[in-house]
Design a protein around this ligand. Structure first.
Ligand code: GDP
Ligand code: MN
Length: 394
C-alpha cells in the first residue's frame, strides 16, 4: 500500500527526519490560509497523489504570494495528473500540501528498499538528487552508493556516518544526516514498510538538511498489525478494479489486454497469461481465485473480470488439487446464467472431480467452450475472441 507525501513526512518526522513546515488543504481558501499560517514569503503548493514525477507535470509549484497560491490550488484541485508513473488515466488530485518554500543548495537521493534476493534492507543513495533513480542509474551509475543492512544488528551509527561521507555531506551536517538515515531505517523496520524514498533530500542555502519529498510503501500482508498505517489508505488513488478485488478477497491485477483470465494458483495464472500471449492475445488481468474456490467465489471472480469493459473473452483455467472441479463448475454455471454473459467463455478443468465438473457444465446447457489442456484453452479463447469481435482471419 502506498501513502501520500504529507503522510510519509509526518511518519518520518516522528523518527527524527527533518521536514519543511507544511499543512494540508482541500480548497483554494484553505491553501491560502495554510500559507498565512506558515508565514514567510514563498510557498510550495504540492498535489497529493500516489505518484512521483509531479514536478514535471505541474503538480509542484513554488508560489510567491497568496494570489498565486490560490490560483495554483484552484487549478490543481479536481484535476487528473498524468505522470510517467500513473498510467494514462492519471490520478485525481483531492488534497494539496502547502509548504514553506526552501532555497536549495544541493539535492541528494535517498532510498531504502527491500532486496528480496539478498534478503536484506538496502540503502540506495546518490549525491545527484532531484532526478529519478532510474535516470541516475542510466546517467551516473558510478555515483550510486549501495549498502545492505545486517538484519541481526540493524543500521549502525557508523554505517550511517560512512554513507553520509560518501554522499559528500558537509562536516557540519553529518550528525543531521546520521539522524535522517537512522530515522528512515527505523521507520522502515518498525512500520513494516517495503520502500522509503526521500528525493530530494536537500542541503538548504542556510545550511540545514531537509526532506523535501517523501514516499513510503507498506507490506499489505502486515497491515493487519499496523492499524495506524492502514487507516492512511486512500482508495481514490488505487486502480478501481484492484480495489474492488481486494475488498472481495481476490488476488487481482488489472492489465491492458482484452482476454479476461480466471485461474486458481498464482503460478498457473502466470503460465496461462504467457500462453494467451503466445496464442496471439493480450490478457486483461491476472486473477488468482485461490485454493478453496466456492461457487460464490467463482461467481464473484466473473463479475470482477466483467466489470472491466475491455474484456471481450474469458478463459477459465482450473487445476483442482484442494479445489474440486465440480464446485468450480457450479460457480461457472451460476455466473454464466445469472450475469447473462455475452462474450465467449472457454473453460479448461483438470484434477479432482474433473468428470463430474464437465458433466455439470454440459447438463446446464450454458454456452461454454470446453478445452482439454492449457495450450488448447489458449488457442480456443483467441479463436473465439477473434470470431466474436469480427477479427476472424486477421
Ligand atoms: P516529485 O516531482 O513528485 O518527485 O515532487 P518533489 O516533491 O520531489 O518536487 C519536485 C521538484 O520540485 C524537486 O525535485 C525540487 O527541485 C522542486 N521543489 C520542491 N520543493 C521545492 C522548494 O521548496 N523550493 C524549491 N526551490 N524547489 C522545490
Ligand atoms: Mn521527488
Amino acid at each position: 500500500m502506498d501513502i501520500h507525501e504529507y503522510q510519509a513526512k509526518e511518519l518520518l518526522s516522528n523518527f527524527g527526519v527533518t521536514v519543511p513546515q507544511g499543512g494540508l488543504a482541500y480548497s483554494p481558501e484553505q491553501a491560502v490560509y495554510r500559507a498565512q499560517e506558515i508565514g514567510g514569503t514563498a510557498w510550495v503548493v504540492k498535489a497529493q497523489i500516489h505518484s512521483g514525477g509531479r514536478g514535471k507535470v505541474g503538480g509542484v509549484k513554488v508560489c510567491q504570494n497568496a494570489e498565486e497560491v490560490r490560483t495554483t490550488a484552484a487549478n490543481l484541485l479536481g484535476r487528473r495528473l498524468v505522470t510517467h508513473q500513473t498510467g494514462p488515466r492519471g490520478k485525481l488530485v483531492h488534497r494539496l500540501y502547502i509548504e514553506a518554500a526552501t532555497e536549495i543548495e544541493r539535492e541528494i537521493y535517498l532510498g531504502l528498499v527491500l532486496d528480496r534476493r539478498m534478503e536484506r534492507l538496502v540503502v540506495i543513495a546518490s549525491p545527484d538528487g532531484g532526478m529519478d533513480i532510474e535516470e541516475i542509474s542510466a546517467k551516473r551509475p558510478e555515483h550510486i552508493v549501495r549498502k545492505a543492512i545486517e538484519p541481526a544488528v540493524g543500521m549502525q551509527a557508523f554505517e550511517a556516518r560512512e554513507l553520509a561521507f560518501k554522499l559528500g555531506v558537509d562536516k557540519t551536517l553529518i550528525s543531521q544526516a546520521v539522524s535522517t538515515l537512522l530515522g528512515c531505517y527505523r521507520a522502515f523496520r518498525d512500520l513494516d514498510a517495503i520502500m522509503v524514498e526521500i528525493n530530494p533530500l536537500v542541503v538548504t542555502r542556510d545550511g540545514r538538511l531537509l526532506a523535501l519529498d517523501a514516499k513510503m510503501s507498506f507490506d499489505d500482508n502486515a497491515l493487519f498489525r499496523r492499524p495506524n498505517i492502514s487507516e492512511l489508505r486512500d482508495k481514490s488513488q488505487e486502480d478501481e478494479r484492484e480495489m474492488r478485488a481486494t475488498d472481495r478477497g481476490l488476488n487481482y491485477i488489472g492489465l491492458e489486454g482484452n482476454i479476461g483470465c480466471i485461474i486458481n494458483g498464482a503460478g498457473l495464472a502466470m503460465a496461462t497469461m504467457d500462453m494467451v500471449k503466445h496464442a496471439g492475445g493480450e490478457p486483461a488481468n491476472f486473477l488468482d481465485i485461490g485454493g478453496g474456490a466456492s461457487p460464490e467465489r467463482v461467481s464473484k471472480a466473473f463479475r470482477l473480470v466483467l466489470d472491466d469493459p475491455k474484456v471481450e473473452a474469458i478463459l477459465v483455467n482450473i487445476f483442482a488439487g484442494i479445489n474440486r472441479c465440480d464446485w468450480v463448475a457450479e460457480g461457472i454455471v451460476q455466473a454464466v446464467s445469472e450475469i447473462d454473459i455475452k462474450i465467449p467463455v472457454v473453460v479448461r478443468l483438470s484434477g479432482t472431480n474433473v468428470e463430474k465438473g464437465k458433466k455439470i457444465i454440459k447438463q446446464s446447457r450454458v454456452s461454454c467452450i470446453m478445452a482439454d489442456d492449457l495450450e488448447d484453452a489458449a488457442n480456443k479463447v483467441i479463436v473465439a475472441w477473434r470470431k466474436h469481435t469480427g477479427l476472424a482471419g486477421k
